[in-house]
Design a protein around this ligand. Structure first.
Ligand code: ZN
Length: 266
């Protein structure tokens, strides 16, 4: 397996049979008081920081029996600081016309709006399926300007096989139907976990801290703790939409908390 950045530099790799690309869509700035303690109060140190800059990452997968799969599509024209996916895919040498399956972790603007480029073009002209947790369907169907994609929607439940080697993992709490995707190459295991972490600089060290836009903070917190625990035990690569570039790394147990080690070498 090889992990590469959009500029195709190798981040980590043992064999070249499998490849995961981290594709930056840009970034978003969010108010720092969205970081919340377990009583849903803003965290004082963070609130003083004013704004937080969150990476927006998408991921593409390829291998002998895996091709044309993209996880999340970025923000498209939602904000001026996102919508770079078309460019970063070109830099990575990935033709957007080769994408057949888009697996969405959820339907928030910074994940689903990238189906359309900032200037309104369809970015993936040969898309055959848009996978999402069944709980995310309603919010997608409410987006009228995405109506043309409705015939492609394929709702999944926890454990469903999405494609070769790719399985849906329900990760409840952040948004309706929030779903991760587990990718197993027999050499490495990945979990593309969407919005389990928004502020990597603090949430690995204090996983009890939540995000103001988590729909159900207690559930989101429990899910985050389970994901960290399981990924640390199994040595699973984690890949997050808002982890700092390159958005892929390992989580390790550190006392009562965790540490995060990004894929290095880029
Ligand atoms: Zn997000």
């Amino acid at each position: 397996m090889i992990v590469t950045s959009h500029s195709d530099s190798v981040l980590s790799g043992r064999s070249e049979r499998w490849r995961v690309w981290s594709l930056s869509d840009g970034y978003i700035e969010m108010a720092a008081d969205l970081l919340r303690d377990p009583q849903n109060n803003p965290v004082p140190q963070a609130a003083q920081a004013g704004a937080l800059r969150l990476s927006v990452n998408c991921f593409a997968l390829a291998g002998p029996d895996v091709d044309g799969i993209l996880i999340d599509s970025g923000g498209g024209g939602w904000a001026p600081t996102v919508g770079r996916l078309e460019q970063t895919m070109m830099e990575a040498g990935i033709d957007s016309a080769s994408i057949a399956v888009l697996a969405l972790t959820h339907t928030h603007q910074d994940h689903a709006q990238g189906l359309l480029t900032p200037d309104g073009r369809v970015l993936f002209p040969n898309l055959k399926a848009i996978i999402m947790g069944e709980g995310a369907m309603e919010s997608f169907l409410a987006e009228r300007h995405l109506a043309r994609f409705r015939p492609l929607l394929k709702p999944v439940r926890n454990g469903d096989q999405v494609a070769e080697r790719l399985r849906a993992v329900a990760l409840p709490g952040h948004a309706p139907g929030h779903t991760g995707y587990a990718f197993d190459t027999n050499e490495d295991r990945f979990l593309f976990f969407g919005d389990i972490v928004h502020v990597p600089a603090v949430q690995f060290g204090d996983p009890a801290l939540s995000w103001g836009y988590d729909d159900d903070q207690a559930t989101a917190r429990a899910t985050r703790l389970k994901v960290f625990h399981d990924a640390a035990e199994a040595g699973t690569w984690i890949a997050g939409a808002h982890l700092g570039w390159p958005g892929i790394g390992h989580v390790m147990r550190k006392g009562e908390a965790y540490d995060y080690e990004p894929a290095a070498g880029y």
